[in-house]
Design a protein around this ligand. Structure first.
Ligand code: SAM
Length: 232
């Protein structure tokens, strides 16, 4: 019976990969990637010779998969008995990343095949673990919508008794902080920036304090951000 693995990969520091992930990526017939150039970098570092194939992301909305020739090809390979591993560019596939529709399609088409998780890093868990905020239970909002529905989520944060976590890009981090100043002015905010990388940083304060920090230190408004908001 062929196997289907979903493999966590580093979120910055290339050493953050498990022995098991390296072994599985060596052993499978094919690695399904978001961007083959990114994954090949990782495979080269560990001298993994397995071939890569990109899987559809943008088009892979529910319903669009049936007509997608790449999905058909992937299903055909599984049908032929090939063992596949799915990775994303960074962290755990499907967590604010593509892949869940493909996983669902594979499980639906081949109910006898188990999807096997090969756990690895995820920015949400890494950020929470060093935030000092309560993390036994929390609300993860992924990337906030750019426009429609964005304000509703800030209102939800204002009501939340749990720590709220979301991902933000450098283009919108200041905009998000200004909204936090408006909706949760008294709360403690923790920002994890560039986790596991050379310029890793944690910034803590009220929304106004953190906004001021980034307004003064404009060189820090770059890289990758996880935003955490304490519960009320
Ligand atoms: N699948 C990934 C995971 O498991 O965390 C998330 C991928 S999502 C496309 C990318 C976002 O995750 C970034 O915009 C940032 O918000 C967050 N992220 C990823 N790597 C990060 C890092 N090294 N430091 C801080 N945030 C990171």
């Amino acid at each position: 019976m062929p196997k289907f693995y979903v493999v966590g990969t580093p979120i910055g520091n290339m050493e953050d990969i498990t022995y098991r992930a390296v072994r599985i990526l060596c052993e499978v017939d094919l690695v399904l990637c978001e961007d083959t150039r990114v994954t090949k970098n990782l495979l080269n570092k560990y001298d993994i010779k397995t071939a890569c194939l990109s899987y559809p992301s943008d088009n892979l909305k529910p319903g669009a998969d049936k007509a997608n020739p790449k999905v058909e090809k992937i299903l055909e390979m599984i049908n032929e008995g090939k063992t596949l591993a799915l990775v994303s560019d960074a962290g755990t596939p499907t967590i604010s990343d593509p892949g869940s529709v493909l996983v669902s399609k594979i499980k639906e088409t081949f109910p006898e095949i188990e999807a096997i998780a090969i756990p690895g890093p995820s920015a949400v868990a890494s950020a929470l673990s060093i935030s000092g905020l309560p993390a036994s239970d929390f609300t993860f909002m992924g990337f906030l919508p750019h426009k429609k529905g964005r304000e509703t989520l800030f209102k939800e944060m204002a009501e939340s008794e749990r720590t709220v976590v979301f991902y933000e890009s450098p283009h919108r981090i200041l905009k998000a902080l200004i909204s936090l100043e408006k909706f949760v002015p008294e709360r403690k905010i923790v920002i994890a920036r560039e986790l596991t990388k050379v310029f890793e940083q944690i910034i803590t304060g009220t929304p106004a304090e953190v906004t001021k920090y980034f307004t003064v230190n404009t060189d820090k408004v770059r890289g990758e951000f996880v935003v955490m908001v304490s519960g009320r």
